[in-house]
Write a new protein. Structure first.
Length: 256
């Protein structure tokens, strides 16, 4: 694919030029620290408000936190991390179309397939680094305060969380192939999430949906095992590939 490497370099440059990479880094740093910090401070906070609770007839006993509480907090924070990532990437494709920056590149031989695949690849790599930084900081502080080895399957939980991010990037690429603004793209991605959430209420298909991966924090308690998420993982991976292919096919016929 002619120009694939060149366009990848352009995308990397754009990440730094628009400061998106620094924003993602800041979010990863903040939420990576926040998960173990909130868990660590919970006993202190409960102690500070013990008198207030007592006045309301609520007796708070001694609160003990463990590494599992830190990873449970990571699960609660993850959705915000995911939303920020998708929002930052939402205008990546459509800005090229609205500003007409692809026209001179395409006329010089850059294929539209290269545009879609290079953007998706750079976003995938950025998401992976972004997620790993957030996860790595949480892992490090949790290991420092407690013991990660006492927690079940937190690595599997992280892998499933990463995969749902990949799926949403593919959804973003699909909607970006025919929509004209980042707001429309975000609404499209949000619509898919709402639709899958509603379908998840049907027990017969619940475990097949990519959004089922968001419930993988149940691995921490042993309520579920990694194999319970195999179907959802396969569906997320398969749909991601289909959506990227559709994005390529639609973009090939899109007016620049």
């Amino acid at each position: 694919m002619k120009g694939f490497g060149v366009f990848c370099k352009k995308e990397i440059t754009e990440l730094f030029r628009t400061y998106r990479v620094f924003l993602l880094g800041a979010v990863a740093l903040i939420f990576g620290i926040l998960s173990p910090l909130i868990a660590k401070l919970t006993p202190w906070l409960m102690e500070q408000y013990a008198d207030s609770f007592r006045e309301q007839g609520i007796i708070v006993g001694q609160v003990t936190v463990t590494a599992k509480d830190s990873w449970t907090q990571f699960d609660k924070n993850f959705f915000i991390v995911l939303i920020v990532g998708v929002a930052i990437f939402s205008g990546s494709y459509v800005n090229e179309y609205t500003k007409g920056t692809l026209i001179p590149l395409v006329t010089k031989g850059l294929t539209r397939t290269s545009v879609v695949l290079s953007k998706f690849l750079i976003q995938l790599l950025t998401w992976t680094v972004y997620f790993m930084v957030c996860f790595g900081i949480t892992w490090g502080y949790t290991a420092y305060f407690w013991d990660n080895s006492a927690v079940k399957n937190y690595l599997w939980m992280a892998a499933f969380f990463w995969l749902i991010g990949v799926f949403l990037l593919a959804v973003l690429a699909f909607f970006s192939s025919f929509m004209n603004s980042s707001v429309q793209v975000l609404l499209g991605v949000g619509g898919v999430y709402v639709l899958l959430t509603m379908l998840g209420m049907i027990k017969a298909v619940e475990t097949l949906l990519p959004t089922y991966l968001l419930g993988s924090a149940s691995l921490l308690t042993g309520e579920k095992v990694p194999g319970d998420f195999a179907a959802a993982s396969g569906m997320a991976g398969g749909l991601s590939m289909v959506l990227v292919v559709l994005a390529v096919l639609i973009t090939r016929h899109r007016k620049l």
